[in-house]
Design a protein around this ligand. Structure first.
Ligand SMILES: Nc1ncnc2c1ncn2[C@@H]1O[C@H](COP(=O)(O)OP(=O)(O)OP(=O)(O)O)[C@@H](O)[C@H]1O
Ligand SMILES: [Mg+2]
Length: 264
């Protein structure tokens, strides 16, 4: 395959949404994992998606990232219909993402993991192609990316020696080095200690404000603390969308998170 540059986008005027999901749904056999979810992200917007276990958050993430194709609805990225388009092309359009299940090469150094990502692939699967760049430029970009997540002092260590929290930081560095124009994070804080969580929180807060971020997170305080707007899902369906404060005060959300709501 020929080296591809970032594909020329469709309509992408100032203020045009960067990501639009219109009534997307995903059915797995008898399970309606995502049921008619609509979402519009403005440039620079940070949106949180919360909901209890099994709400459909990861499935929605996969529909937006291209890991799964929807059984209903459409997805647009930078004005282009990407509903039936795979992960590689979405990445070329500027979509950066992390994985809920770790996707790192554990025996390689931290820096080499980021260099692999910079060259246009994840260690496990080369998902897209970029023009070849000089080696030192790749190293410089990889180091800059590690710096931005606070991991530069670990550059020469192997991934296996990193703490769980540092591995999540590395995964974000690997997403950032692809120079994404939108970043999708699926439960970046899952399994982290309180200290690691606050490091991660600071890291996300310090990302450039121009980078739109969709943060899928089970932890309500993290999702609400880092975003401009929050959508709560339950049983694949939309419950409420609003400012973090509106969502925090919403009686249905409170009931869901206190576990008082009957599950269907
Ligand atoms: N590949 C699959 N095949 C069958 N069912 C699936 C598949 N993936 C997800 N599901 C089901 O879809 C529903 C939503 O799952 P999903 O993983 O999207 O939820 P979630 O909100 O991310 O949960 P969690 O907070 O536990 O990560 C669940 O009932 C789950 O069992
Ligand atoms: Mg999930």
């Amino acid at each position: 395959m020929a080296a591809a540059v970032r594909t020329a986008p469709g309509p992408r005027g100032p203020g045009a949404p960067v990501l639009v999901a219109d009534a997307v749904g995903k059915r797995f056999g008898g399970v309606q994992a995502v049921d008619g979810i609509s979402l519009t992200m403005a440039p620079g917007e940070r949106i949180g998606v919360i909901g209890p276990n099994g709400a459909g958050k990861t499935t929605l993430f996969k529909l937006l990232a291209g890991d799964e194709l929807p059984t209903a609805g459409t997805v647009e990225l930078f004005g282009q219909d990407v509903t039936r388009v795979g992960t590689a092309r979405r990445a070329r359009l500027g979509l950066g993402r992390t994985f809920q299940v770790s996707n790192l090469f554990r025996d390689m150094t931290v820096l080499d993991n980021v260099r692999v990502a910079a060259r246009g692939g994840t260690p496990r699967a080369r998902v897209f192609w970029r023009p070849q760049r000089p080696k030192d430029e790749i190293s410089q970009r990889a180091l800059a990316s590690l710096e931005s997540v606070g991991l530069s002092r670990r550059a020469q260590d192997t991934v296996a020696d990193l703490s769980h929290g540092e591995q999540r930081q590395l995964e974000i560095a690997m997403a950032l080095v692809t120079e994404p124009e939108i970043l999708l994070l699926d439960e970046p804080a899952a399994g982290l200690s309180a200290v690691e969580r606050s490091t991660l929180r600071r890291l996300i807060e310090e990302l450039p404000r121009t980078l739109p971020i969709l943060l899928i997170e089970h932890d309500m305080s993290l999702a609400l603390g880092l975003t401009d707007r929050v959508m709560c899902m339950e049983n694949g369906r939309h419950v409420v969308t609003g400012t973090p404060q509106e969502v925090r005060d919403n009686e249905t959300v409170k009931a869901i998170y206190l576990g008082r709501r009957d599950k269907k």
